[in-house]
Design a protein around this ligand. Structure first.
Ligand SMILES: Cc1cc2nc3c(=O)[nH]c(=O)nc-3n(C[C@H](O)[C@H](O)[C@H](O)COP(=O)(O)OP(=O)(O)OC[C@H]3O[C@@H](n4cnc5c(N)ncnc54)[C@H](O)[C@@H]3O)c2cc1C
Length: 385
């Protein structure tokens, strides 16, 4: 019987498996599909502190420190580059949004600059188009290759003795009274453990509901377009003031660009790949927005298109919590479109909670029961990328 079971092999689950295994504890990770099969593979891959909610900023700052040493620590290439994040203003109204964002984020202690005109932006990123009026620039932000990163965490976890079971779905968590005791797989295998970490992204509510717990998620769709490899164009991650486009150039030269967050008219329980196919109209809008920001993108050959689902909570903050009312259960879901960058630190926190160590962060903003106390309001479109 493992000390800890993790359900979900995205970055949250894989990083937690690594931290728990290297602390000398036995851990088994169950992944229904393959590692990084969902958000952690669909993602843009931005590693961002700028634009973070104040509650999440300490995690994002700590994550940037971790990312810098991850390749060496995990013995694999994550593709991490710390080249900054540009958030661009295309209109006078967006200039004001960016100016305010810089003031607010500086007050929170983040090193972030205001670039007041197009020349200042193009001095940093010459490929940015002439129509862009102003930008914020956070030099400490960056990006990484998502699937290699998740695989690197899982491989390092396995080297420390973790068991990684891909292709094994979990249909239910088992309980005795007020204690979660393990899981039942889709093949009806029962596996017991002292702690269960639920890191199943959009699929968390369906496993929590039978336990009497509610995680109110709205599932949203982001369209992603990836080009063939191109010569170097820019090194930063770019976003825009109203978050309706973002992009980066991957280490191999491919552009990976995304739209804003749109509705997804399907049920999370039973989605198929067809339900993720981006609509042609959304892609047309994406191309228009991206080429305004990055004119050279108009000549890029398109290699792949996909849709990625976002587990959006009412306040766009995740639930990372062991105070669920059920002993042995730890929840980590609802990362609301920005859980990749903080993934290494999420893993550390989950290990702390599972191993009864004191986390080094204030986790109050991430309590699951806040949704019972606070009325569910729809947050404004949240930044991703
Ligand atoms: C298009 C897009 C762009 C994004 N851009 C960024 C960005 O630039 N920066 C950033 O920080 N974040 C970004 N995000 C968000 C980020 O990718 C996610 O917040 C993060 O990857 C969540 O990781 P996770 O491990 O919590 O969940 P997931 O990656 O969704 O992993 C959950 C895993 O659980 C598995 N699973 C589900 N149910 C079960 C079950 N019953 N049994 C077993 N396994 C199960 C799934 O197959 C999946 O692999 C983006 C997301 C999308 C979709």
């Amino acid at each position: 019987m493992p000390d800890v079971i993790i359900v979900g092999g995205g970055i949250s689950g894989a990083a937690a498996a690594y931290e728990i295994a290297r602390a000398g504890h036995s851990v088994t990770l169950f992944e229904a599909r393959s590692l990084a099969a969902m958000a952690s593979g669909w993602t843009l891959g931005g590693v961002r502190q700028s634009g973070r909610d104040p509650a999440e900023l300490p995690l994002a700052k700590a994550a940037v420190e971790r990312w810098g040493g991850l390749d060496e620590e995990l013995g694999a290439t994550t593709g991490y580059r710390r080249r900054g994040n540009l958030r661009l203003a295309r209109t006078e109204a967006e200039v004001e949004i960016i100016r305010e964002l810089v003031v607010r984020q500086r007050e929170l202690g983040l090193a972030i600059d205001y670039l007041p005109d197009n020349a200042a932006i193009r001095a940093i990123a010459p490929a940015i188009g002439p129509a862009i009026l102003a930008a914020s620039f956070c030099p400490g932000d960056g990006h990484a290759d998502p699937i290699p990163t998740v695989r690197a965490f899982a491989a390092a976890a396995a080297r420390y003795g973790a068991t990684i079971r891909e292709g094994t779905g979990v249909r239910a968590l088992t309980r005795t009274g007020d204690t979660v005791t393990g899981i039942e797989t889709s093949d009806r295998e029962i596996v017991s453990a002292g702690r269960v970490i639920l890191a199943t992204g959009i699929h968390a509510p369906e496993l929590l509901r039978p336990l009497g717990l509610d995680l109110p998620l709205r599932v949203k769709l982001v369209c992603v377009m990836q080009s063939v490899p191109l010569p170097p164009l820019f090194e930063q991650v770019f976003g825009v003031a109203n978050a309706d486009a973002a992009g980066r150039q991957e280490v191999d030269g491919r552009l990976r660009v995304t739209t804003g967050i749109g509705d997804w008219p399907h049920e999370p329980v039973s989605w198929t790949m067809d339900a993720l196919a981006p609509r042609a109209a959304d892609i047309a809008v994406l191309i228009e927005r991206v080429t305004q920001v990055l004119p050279a993108a108009a000549d890029a050959g398109i290699a792949r298109l996909w849709g990625g689902l976002i587990d959006l909570t009412p306040d766009a903050l995740p639930a990372i919590d062991a105070h669920t009312g059920l002993d042995g259960l730890i929840v980590a879901a609802g990362f609301s479109g920005h859980g990749f960058g903080i993934g290494p630190v999420t893993g550390e926190i989950l290990a702390d909670l599972a191993l009864a160590r004191q986390p080094r962060f204030d986790l109050t903003p991430f309590r699951l029961d806040r949704f019972l106390r606070e009325p569910a309001t729809d947050v404004a479109l949240t930044l991703h990328g």
